[in-house]
Design a protein around this ligand. Sequence first.
Ligand code: TRP
Length: 506
Amino acid sequence: MAKQAWGTRTGFILAAIGSAIGLGNIWRFPYMAYENGGGAFLIPYFIALLTAGIPLLILEFYIGHRMKGSAPLSFKKLGNFEWFGWWQTLLSFIISTYYAVIIAWALFYTFKGFTLGWGENTGDYFFNSFLGLTDAGSWTDSWLGGIQLNVVIPLAIVWAITYFIMIGGVRKGIERANKIFMPLLFIILLVILVRAVTLTGAADGVDALFTPSWDGLLSSSVWVSAYSQIFFTLSIGFATMITYASYLPKKSDITNNAFMIALANCGFSLLAGIAVFSALGFMANEQGIAISEVATASIGLAFVAFPQILNTMPGGEIIGVLFFLSLVFAGLSSLVSLTEPLISGLTDKFKMKRKTAIHIGIGVSALISVVYTTGSGLFIFDVVDHNIAIVSLSLSGLIMLILVAWKLNTTYAARKYINEISDFRIGHWWNFCLIVLTPAILGYNTIQVVVSDLTENYEGYPDSLIYVGWIVAAFAVVMAVYMSTFESKNSEFHTSSITTSKGTEV
Ligand code: TRP
């Protein structure tokens, strides 16, 4: 079976941008920025981008490109850390189980948009009619509140589309899909942006987003949010970018690609933030209230506040359809990148046919995702997302640096390798970030989150829900170690690591 590969450099860049730009940019970023002090968030955000985002993206591209394998194989070759590769892979897999559900919500809302079918009371519609939300205190009652048909049907469509993209392979599936989705997404964003900034009150909204609140810089939670947002938005720490880079041809630029992808992604976030906040400014203006009163939690922002704005906005139907469609497009190209690491890992390790791996990977993820379509799905989503996308993600980034930068001390050899094939050279700052600065900040952040989780229940949820989050996170670790104990039929898994502890390559 031929190794999978990208057709062109643009194909790879678009696919990596497609992975990066996702639900995280369109609704998580605006809300995070707002909640963490508007303009003051942008400072930690850009510091996180420069000290952790770009350096780690370069490192992951290096690992994938140099080792030419899925994350488990790459970490095995790098230094016998196969379990770590599986852990990252499983974390991506777990995210895919709930990420698909949010895309399903957006798909449903795209259709509702044509008639503004969510009615006047958008909050009641979303939480009660659409999600059939139960009570957190009694979340296990009557089969988790039962499966909601309105969610499960679009979910099946989302998985079907993902399946067809994946079955096409890397070049004819993922690359081609991104060549269609990305330009469309960009055009849609521009249309929404133009409409949004020309609404009355838009300027107040943008002001709220960009007005710094300096106190925020002193709060550790702002820094935790900024770093975890950068990891999530750039798809780093979870095997995705390693896998995508493993499909690059030998002669490929690394540094320039990483900068382009990171800047395109963050530029997109800023534009989406401006659009969303212009709309919030419009709504505040209409109702004569302060912006702080209209901006609600992340989920509420896209599915409650936004529909409400669309109800009164001239041309609301069109913008509504386009907005939710942009979530669907952005989400699908990221979902594809969340499922690829496991598929790549299974084909690498067990010499499985790609098709079989897709059936297992997508089949199991789709089955698990049904849990989130129940009335208690939102609570389960919330705790799993917190434990995986925040706690495990910071920890994964930190452990990666401890293994690669400290234990193997391989960043100097890596920099040499990267500089030889890249358009422009990276300097000592890169090593400094990976060896000193970023591990320090990630270490601090991880301790912060874990301590606060241990002292009080996340979101005040009942213990039973909190345990679900911990069990899922612990399962990923145990399963990862278990996967690495299997004998592989692939001889590449038996070669000893190619970097020595001195960092010199043999
Ligand atoms: N970056 C995507 C977003 O912003 C989500 C995503 C895709 C992701 N692949 C990932 C997050 C890998 C972490 C790791 O929505």
